[in-house]
Write a new protein. Structure first.
Lengths: 382, 382
């Protein structure tokens, strides 16, 4: 029996709510469960306006449309992220300026290097809260304000995580930038198989976002009785998910607190029971003072690719599945010919050296003890 | 109790298959049920390659990306269609040349007027099989071949419908153009709430379609063991649906034949029991010899807007919900300033005069008798 890297957690109410949606006769988008999910997020995290989407990718695409990204616009994006962070803006014609990560076990964008990338054509910065750890939002929002640039928080991994500002404010991730995008992919803390959400914090985008969400029509206003018939108003797509997806998601949201509690126990056990491996050049996650931990992921950063490959194979022999993560986008097959810049060495380091350990609700203590002792014993005797 | 316009039909196995998907631990896209749906369509209708999408809109967007639609390209699209038919191409920068519908109770594109719209910049024709009735595909494919233009079949409403060619071939709609897009929105014959599918008939598009479908990565090839790791290869999006959506859809597909049988009984009852209303200037659907009827929709075309409005209100009083359909896209708020052409009078006629009657699996005989006798008696005494 292999210990998998991930195993979707079910609260038990998912199929009950799906059956309810199905029996209500309304399973297309924007029904009862979609609205319940919107309200949940707006109330719990103070997001101004939420719109569920079929994926986090789609929420990022809505952001690009809302910001009127056009050929000739520059968008700053970390190189160490999933392709969708960039693709959503490339689809609208943007030129991507890739930013490097921080050193020292935190793959988030290095806020100190953003200013160097800004040109008169820079329209937006997309930051990614890697592993649910806040980026340096005080600095990033200041740079954005000074340069009149929009900030989009790619919060794919960042549900129920917070940023602590210099001024003492504790704000949920996704509530700080002008827009934010969440993921409910089956690997995330809260899931619906595929799924996502756009968060709109800057109110001026709300009306248009509803239109873009509904295939470029004013159907939402029509259903509220604000217009007599609905028609083609704008570009847009079918961004809204089926009610059976929203019903599934709502069952998960009701259990958010217990899911988070369990994941944090698992995360903390890794953090405190894996030996200090500094002598081997291996780093544990480095959570800054301004960030909280939402236990989305537990990772180690190795000295080099070889060291990581050796451990992956060793764990594999012990029937433990561990996986690496992103591959620097600036040097990807798609972008390498278009890339202008001096490289992103820290992003390349995480590409080669970061390893993720199994972390899911159902990971029992015995399995986790096996993983921890495998790692500890491997380095004790090597 | 109002007789609704539509009521989603459930086979009873939807939640069973969803539960199975959920218990398997794999609910993100491209799992067991997605593959079962692909195989079903490929086998039953002979489609070369199928890829489920989160909506028909998304399948159309994939088509636009596959055809490399760019600013400056012309795309011919009927004016009498849903906004997504056009928006998918507008998102890639296309200029839309709107084509008019036929006269005489068939809102499909008038194939005789397509040639006049072709310019050296025309890259594609998107045709819509309205109400599941085939367009004049012999003529359309000939024009496309003569001018080296791609044909996309917007088959949103056209599952299990056929075209009979001059040469005697009987081909499923969606298998004739280079690409085709289907919808499984809750109003369609086969449903998954929101949902769609891209069909690829021209094999040269298959490899790239898989990449575009998986966010621009070669993840599909990776899972088949063809490449060692997957990365950013192309533009793309998260077009694939959650397995819980695919599981729902598969339950529906298993019942396609009985769904179609029931819908055709209802359709035929309308067609033969509603009186001949020609004297009132009202037309019934006019299905050409080259088309079959998949009983997606039963509609009437009225003399004018007033005549239609009066009947809608009359039916409403009798607790019967009837609804109009598309609004000409060439004169929409979004496109009117961009539109170049001499108008689409037939499209405008259907905009003002077409009315759809309730048609769903669960429409019982008593309810349908009520609807039919309401219409017949209204005109008998008027």
């Amino acid at each position: 029996m292999t210990i998998p890297f991930n195993k979707p957690f079910l609260t038990g109410k998912e199929t009950k709510y799906i059956t309810d949606a199905v029996n209500s006769g309304k399973i297309s988008g924007n029904g009862k469960y979609t609205k319940l999910c919107h309200l949940y997020f707006q109330k719990k995290f103070g997001f101004k306006k939420c719109l569920l989407t079929t994926s986090c990718t789609d929420a990022l695409e809505m952001s690009a449309i809302l910001l009127d990204i056009k050929p000739g616009d520059d968008v700053i994006i970390p190189s160490y992220t999933f392709v969708s962070t960039a693709n959503a803006f490339v689809l609208r014609g943007a030129n991507i300026l890739f930013a490097d990560s921080m050193k020292n076990g935190n793959p988030n964008i290095d806020a100190n290097k953003i200013s160097d990338l800004i040109t008169p054509k820079t329209k937006a910065i997309v930051i990614v809260h890697y592993a649910g750890m806040a980026c340096d939002m005080d600095k990033i929002m200041e740079i954005a304000e000074d340069n009149n640039i929009y900030v989009i928080e790619d919060s794919a991994q960042a549900v129920d995580s917070y940023h602590l500002s210099n001024s003492g404010k504790r704000r949920p991730l996704g509530s700080i930038g002008h827009l934010a995008a969440f993921s409910f992919h089956e690997t995330k803390n809260i899931i619906s198989g595929e799924g996502g959400m756009l968060v709109i914090n800057d109110e001026k985008f709300i009306e248009r976002a509803e239109i873009i969400w509904e295939k470029g029509t004013n159907r939402s206003a029509f259903f509220r009785g604000e217009v007599a018939k609905y028609g083609w108003m704008d570009i847009g797509s079918s961004f809204l998910p089926s009610e059976i997806v929203s019903a599934f998601l709502y069952a998960q949201l009701e259990e958010l607190d217990s899911i988070q509690k369990k994941r944090k126990e698992i995360w903390n056990k890794y953090h405190y029971e894996i030996n200090d491996l500094n002598d081997h050049g291996i780093q544990k996650p480095n959570i800054p003072d301004y960030a909280t931990n939402n236990a989305h992921m537990y990772y180690l950063v190795f000295r080099d690719l070889d060291q990581r490959s050796i451990l992956i194979k060793y764990l594999q022999k012990k029937s433990i599945k561990s996986v690496f993560h992103y591959i620097s986008l600036h040097s990807s097959q798609y972008y390498i010919d278009k890339y202008v810049g001096n490289g992103c060495p820290n992003s390349d380091k995480y590409t080669n050296c970061l390893l993720r350990l199994p972390l899911y609700y159902g990971l029992d203590k015995d399995s986790q003890n096996l993983i921890i002792s495998a790692i500890n014993s491997f380095y004790e005797y090597s």
